[in-house]
Structure formats: structure tokens, C-alpha cells
Design a protein around this ligand. Structure first.
Ligand SMILES: Nc1ncnc2c1ncn2[C@@H]1O[C@H](COP(=O)(O)OP(=O)(O)OP(=O)(O)O)[C@@H](O)[C@H]1O
Length: 391
């Protein structure tokens, strides 16, 4: 691979591997999105939302917040839901666990249509759904262990069984040494881990995470993300991960959906989104690169590549085609199920129309990064973030 001589880990067949020179804001420099993605997508549908609509208020005052959503999440899959503020992300989470009743549509969790269940059965079904929030929402006068025990105590589980389950969860989350500490004595990451342990106390099949990593520092975000992925694999959880942090989506999710004004604007696996040049979400998911400056007399281009259609030595080929050097200014590469995809910033001096033609001959999608020639591409990649207007 010509982009960089830094080491790239070898991934298993089904692994997703990211190599990112120049770590992003959350500090992930090199990341391995581990496998089972192919197989998990084939897994049992754990959450199935059909024509989900939620309207708040009535008459002229009414506001349609979710508009006919269809979403599926398999067991062992983490679906990230992203979108601007007010898009309806939290309402979606509240509808999935029936804290909010949908106006119409179905919420099928583990084969049961929650919206149709009588109250008593709904209470039982809700136990299969754990929820974690931005602030872990722990009770301040209870210790970590007592907070985790709460759902078990509400259910009337015996003290011996509660103690055993809480001990198991504390150990799994590496919190045994903090069992008797109160929330004010815990770090942000530890608080979030206690929140996750409490959400798992009743052995749910589904985990809803509403901005659970927002506000955490990069190191803590990384550990919470690693924990969620571990839980997904060990417990075969279906996870809906609501966030506005694109960096985190890249590291935690198997698939992503973009919500806009209550509708799904696009959704797909990370591979599909990252290799779709027309995908707003795919472009926003590309790691932000700290690019070197192009040399005098040359201009910078952003190039998207995909090994299924682009030769590995594309850089040399484009250079030979143009009869001039093409310098590499920044690059990422990710290998997903044996296919390498990524993007690079390169510098070259050829006129724009010749460069576009040369890139296209080698199967590359290229966009000039300078102003004044944007007419070559109606959607320059640099604008993806603004286009999404993340909160
Ligand atoms: N209980 C409610 N009654 C009336 N309107 C509501 C209610 N809850 C939310 N809304 C409205 O629904 C819309 C979507 O809100 P929601 O909190 O789901 O968005 P969000 O995408 O999670 O936003 P953010 O990222 O800012 O948290 C907003 O316009 C909000 O004002």
C-alpha cells in the first residue's frame, strides 16, 4: 500500500481494520473493528421497527417527530443512530423501550410487538431492554454495588442472588475494587460502567445507549466503546447507539442510520456507507485528516479508493498517466472483509480536467480541495460535515 509505511495489523477474514495516521479527536490512532460483522448481520432480528411514527401534541400544536421509520437491528449488531439536534434520536430510543408510546407503527423486540402488549406483559418485556444515558443517572446515596442491584431488588430477587449477580457484573466491568464507592468518588468512565452494569443486571437482549459517551474524554470513550463491543460479542446484544460523535460511530458501530427531520435519510453497514461516494454519512464518517500542504504550483485533491475497483499501486499509475509526480499528503486505509477502502489527499500540478480524467481512468473518485473549481464536483467531500449540521 503506497499511502504509508506505518505498520498495519493483520485482520482476520471478517475483521474490519482501520489504520488512521494522525489520531482523530477521540485519540484512536489505529483501530481494529473486530469481526463477526458479516455473520451478525445474518443473525436473528432482535429489534424491528415498522412504520414507526410519533406525533407529540394534538391539532395545530402537533409535531411529527418520527415519520414512518423502518429499522432492523440483529442480535450481535451495534447500530449507530446519528443526526442533528432535534432529529428525533432520543424520541426513537424512548419509543423502543416504550417510555413513549408510538402514535402508530410496530416496535418488535425479540419477536414481541411491544406497542400491543398489555401493561403487565410490557413490564416483563421491558426487562429485555437495558438503557444507558449520557449521565449515568446513579443514585448518589447508594454505592456502585447498590446502584447495580436496584433493578434486581425491584424485581424481588433474593439478596443472595442479587449479591452474586452484582459481583459478577462488577468483575466483568473491572469495578470490583469500586463496589463500595459512592458516585461522587467515581470517575466519569467508572460512573458510565456502573450505569452499563445496572442496565445489564436483568440480562437484557437489547441495549439502548443515548449519548452514553458524550462528554467523556477520548481515553474514557475508548474504554466504554471497547466494553460495549465486548458485551455485544459475549452477550450477543443488539445495541442502538445514539450519538452525534462521528469518530465514535466509526469505532463502535457495525451499521449506521442517519435521522433527519424524523425520517431515515440513509442507513447501511459501515462498509456500504464508507464506499458510497454519494453518501453524506459515509463522507462524514471518513476520518478527518491532518493533511500536509501541497507544494508550490500544485493543488490538493481528495481521492476515494476501493480495492475492489482500484489497483493497489494507483498512486504510481496516476502519476505515470499524468507524466508528473503525485505526492501523498495524507491517507487512511481500512480493510473490511478483505476489501481495502479509504481516502487520501494528494498534491499534483496538472490542470484539473486532465487530473479528473486520469483519476477516473484508474477507478478513483477525486475532488479538488481548492476553491474556484468546485464545479467539478457538486458535493465536495470537505463539505460533508457542514452538510450534516451535527449538533
Ligand atoms: N415530550 C415532548 N413533547 C413535545 N415535543 C417533544 C417532546 N420530546 C421531544 N419533543 C420534540 O421532538 C423533537 C425531537 O426531539 P429529540 O429529543 O428526540 O431530538 P434529538 O435528535 O434527540 O435531539 P438532541 O440531539 O438535541 O438530543 C424536538 O423538536 C423536540 O422539541
Amino acid at each position: 500500500m503506497p499511502a504509508c509505511d506505518c505498520p498495519v495489523e493483520t485482520a482476520a477474514q471478517t475483521d474490519t481494520e482501520w489504520f488512521i495516521p494522525g489520531a482523530g479527536p477521540t485519540g484512536f490512532g489505529h483501530l481494529l473493528l473486530t469481526g463477526r460483522r458479516q455473520s451478525s448481520m445474518e443473525n436473528q432480528r432482535m429489534i424491528s421497527l415498522k412504520n414507526l411514527t410519533k406525533v407529540y401534541g394534538q391539532g395545530e400544536e402537533s409535531i411529527k417527530v418520527l415519520d414512518n421509520l423502518d429499522i432492523d437491528v440483529a442480535a450481535g449488531e451495534i447500530l449507530a443512530v446519528v443526526g442533528p439536534s432535534g432529529a428525533g434520536k432520543s424520541t426513537l430510543a424512548q419509543c423502543i423501550n416504550l417510555l413513549e408510546r408510538p402514535t402508530s407503527g410496530q416496535i418488535i423486540v425479540n419477536g414481541e410487538d411491544l406497542a400491543r402488549l398489555p401493561e403487565r406483559k410490557l413490564r416483563v418485556a421491558r426487562r429485555r431492554i437495558g438503557t444507558i444515558f449520557q449521565s449515568a443517572s446513579l443514585l448518589s446515596r447508594r454505592t456502585a454495588a447498590e446502584n447495580i442491584a436496584l433493578p434486581l431488588q425491584y424485581l424481588g430477587v433474593t439478596p443472595a442472588e442479587t449479591k452474586s449477580r452484582v459481583g459478577e457484573l462488577l468483575e466483568r466491568e473491572g469495578l470490583s475494587h469500586r463496589a463500595t464507592h459512592y458516585p461522587f468518588e467515581l470517575s466519569g468512565g467508572q460512573l458510565q460502567r456502573v450505569g452499563i452494569a445496572r442496565a445489564l443486571a436483568l440480562r437484557p437482549a437489547v441495549l439502548l445507549s443515548d449519548e452514553a459517551t458524550s462528554g467523556l474524554d477520548p481515553e474514557t470513550t475508548r474504554s466504554v466503546v471497547a466494553l460495549l463491543r465486548e458485551l455485544r460479542d459475549d452477550l450477543d446484544l443488539a445495541v442502538v447507539f445514539i450519538t452525534h460523535e462521528m469518530d465514535t460511530v466509526l469505532h463502535v458501530a457495525d451499521s449506521a442510520a442517519r435521522l433527519h427531520a424524523g425520517r431515515i435519510a440513509e442507513q447501511g453497514s459501515l462498509l456500504e456507507l464508507l464506499t458510497d461516494h454519494d453518501s453524506v454519512l459515509g463522507r462524514a464518517l471518513q476520518p478527518r485528516l491532518a493533511s500536509a500542504q501541497p507544494a508550490d504550483g500544485t493543488r490538493a485533491w481528495q481521492v476515494g479508493y476501493d480495492s475492489r475497483s482500484v489497483p493497489a499501486d494507483w498512486l504510481q499509475r496516476v502519476s505515470a498517466d499524468l507524466g508528473e509526480p503525485v505526492s501523498l499528503l495524507a491517507a487512511t486505509i481500512q480493510s473490511i472483509n478483505g476489501a481495502s477502502t479509504g481516502n487520501a489527499t494528494v498534491g499534483l500540478g496538472a490542470p484539473a480536467h486532465l487530473a479528473v480524467a486520469a483519476f477516473a481512468r484508474h477507478g478513483l473518485h477525486a475532488t479538488p480541495l481548492e476553491t474556484g473549481i468546485a464545479d467539478l464536483d457538486p458535493k465536495p467531500a470537505l463539505h460533508a460535515q457542514e452538510e450534516l449540521q451535527w449538533a
